[in-house]
Design a protein around this ligand. Sequence first.
Ligand code: NI
Length: 391
Amino acid sequence: MLDEIKNKVTEITEELVSWRRDFHRHPELAFEEKRTSAVIREFLESLGLQVETCAKTGLRAVLQGKPGGQTVALRADMDALPLQEEGDKEYISQNPGITHACGHDGHMAIIMGVAKILSQMKDRFSGKIVFLFQPSEERIPGGAKLMIEEGALEGVDAIFGLHLWQNLATGIVGLVKGPMMAQPDAFSITIKGKGGHGSMPQQTVDPILVASQLVVNVQSIVSRSIDPLKPVVVSFGTIKGGTIYNIIPEKVTLTGTVRSFDADVQKLTEQRLRKITRKTCETYGATAELKYDIGYASLINDAGMVDFVEQITAKTLGKERVKHIEPVMGGEDFAYYLKKVPGAFLFFGMGDGTQYPHHHPGFDIDEKALPEAAYLMTALALEGSSLHIPH
Ligand code: NI
């Protein structure tokens, strides 16, 4: 049956590319994926699938095979990023300031391809396949939680998801057992001082000086408070204050992110950040307001399911395609599905010939990855539906 799937994937290669390019031309932001959702709905309905709306702009479609078997879900995320695309590709974004710079356009095309192939084979396998098209992966609080609340995982025994990955050569399948992606928290700190003339600093409380000290002091969290064998990142992303060279401003605002895998490490990092901010400001007579937003849970793959993905990758694309990689500090709300049912998230390499990383204005994918990823995901769904999955 795998050879048959391989042939079917080859037959739909052009379609995969044209679906992906259509989404790329018409990107939409988190929870605003209206056109995207309508296009996918029409397609799934044309395959004869029952489609429900889920999480505002999301979709859930069920493909019923023969009686018996397991229920396997596949998830694709739908949202683009608030970024102006650069370059001269023929399928460049038609929506100013918005672009698919992460590859979610490809994820949707891949899962549509799986739906098309498996719907032609539904009298040949036992079980059910649930296709989840999820809005808002890029923006916290994310669409996954809402999809789950609205019943996306009802009856589901196992779930698989993928991310096209620019850091891997095209066709390489990047796997991690256990913790794979970090919890991405966000914080903002507003330091209030006392403004005044740049020539009379003694009459002011200079928030620029305080912010500078704070940025330096915070570096001690990772280097001196956290176990060196436990990964954590604290990075500042913006620092804003002041209007002109000769005025000491009233306030400075800094924003940043904390990335962690372990709940205790996360807690300690947050506590240290709060204390260092308060004490640094106190030292100079300033005050601070700190807003700390907890990000997605860290993504933890089921080890047995990763073994299963490895086995299916070897059977479909070849053993040499499997690469066991290090976890990454990026976040991903697929984490929430994995908290509910066993499953695995994988990185599918598409880096050949590309020059820009994810979230870059010139980002693009090697489209040769699309049929290969569709082949793997189809096989995962098909073989997963006959797998014995412990509950
Ligand atoms: Ni992404």
